[in-house]
Design a protein around this ligand. Structure first.
Ligand SMILES: [Zn+2]
Length: 329
């Protein structure tokens, strides 16, 4: 391998419970990958050492040294600043406030380091390697415990002034509606976030509703989660289907705002939708069609394709970005 033509990418997907470290090629071939479980220590200092050490092990497993590395890409929970490489505050990473993660890892590993928030990184991965391939404008929606989006517009990532573009979960789809974790009311996430749905079901259980769900949880409300809800939808439980219908309606309301604003070629949905495309895709397409202007024909609504490979490829897609974004000033 020529040291003048660095062709290997490194990536770290930094999650609160899991962390994936990978080496791969710009085409998406993964050369080595390691997963850490429950890896945070409460001390960012120690966590950065863990990340550097694990990255060195992955480099050894892929038989590469620093001169062969084009860049290390980080996918991390925000809010963060991709220009200065600082994680402002990561609620799932204890102690991580104002951590200069790019500078620290660049010094420890002697490679260029880039960072994007996890929704942007996932959007880049689906755009480069998955269901967004070849699209000039694509929206990726993380339909997980929370709801976020990564926006690829006119061939590039759109980050926004505060690097917060894509906070799709907190657009108001039902003014004055259900309370959201963010303190507002009627946010999309209050109707479509996995955590919000589980909370809502538990509240209804406490009111004596959702008996079918409580039975599926063996009488323990703490065991109620989005997965159990989906199972109940599949078995046609009337209560679960009611929440499912509202999920689809509110998601379509949100997309009816986004589509005329951004005119995307493709919308790619992750997690809950990706795992259950038969349940969500066609009804969602129909609802969106009913709500948007006729001059947006051919809009494609698809499930993500990367599945379990997404964390590694998201971080590698950040490493593959052409350059570190220019400063705002
Ligand atoms: Zn909200």
């Amino acid at each position: 391998m020529s040291t003048h033509d660095p062709e290997v990418l490194l990536g770290i997907d930094i999650g609160g419970t899991k962390c994936v470290v990978a080496a791969g090629r710009p085409g998406g071939e993964i050369l080595a990958e390691t997963r850490l479980e429950r890896w945070t220590s409460g001390s960012p200092e120690r966590d950065l050492e863990t990340l550097a050490e694990t990255t060195r092990e992955v480099m050894a497993a892929a038989s590469v040294t620093a001169p062969a590395i084009r860049a290390l890409g980080l996918s991390a929970p925000g809010p963060l600043d991709p220009v200065s490489g600082i994680v402002h505050e990561a609620p799932n990473l204890p102690g991580w406030v104002g951590v200069q993660v790019c500078e620290r890892l660049a010094r420890a590993l002697e490679v260029p380091v880039r960072i994007e928030n996890d929704a942007n990184a996932a959007a880049l991965a689906e755009w480069r390697f998955g269901a967004g391939r070849g699209a000039s404008s694509m929206l990726f929606l993380t339909m997980s415990t929370g709801v976020g989006a990564g926006l690829v517009l006119d061939g590039g990532l759109h980050r926004g002034h505060h690097f917060l573009a894509g906070e799709f979960g907190h657009i108001p789809v039902a003014p004055g509606g259900r309370a959201c974790n963010c303190g507002l009311r009627g946010c999309l996430e209050a109707y479509t976030g996995g955590a919000a749905i589980a909370t809502r079901i538990r509240e209804d259980v406490a009111q004596g509703e959702a008996a079918g769900l409580l039975e599926r949880a063996h009488g323990d409300p703490a065991r109620i989660d989005a997965r159990l809800w989906i199972e109940a939808v599949r078995e046609n439980d009337a209560y679960a289907v009611g929440i499912y219908t509202e999920f689809l309606d509110q998601l379509a309301e949100g997309l009816a705002i986004l589509v005329p604003l951004l005119d995307p070629e493709r919308i790619v949905l992750g997690t809950i939708v990706q795992r259950n495309p038969d349940l969500f895709l066609d009804p969602l397409r129909e609802r969106v069609r009913e709500r948007i202007w006729k001059f947006f024909p051919g809009l494609q609504i698809l499930a993500g394709e990367l599945g379990p490979r997404l964390p590694a490829l998201a971080a590698l897609a950040v490493a593959a970005l052409g350059k570190v974004p220019a400063s705002r000033s």
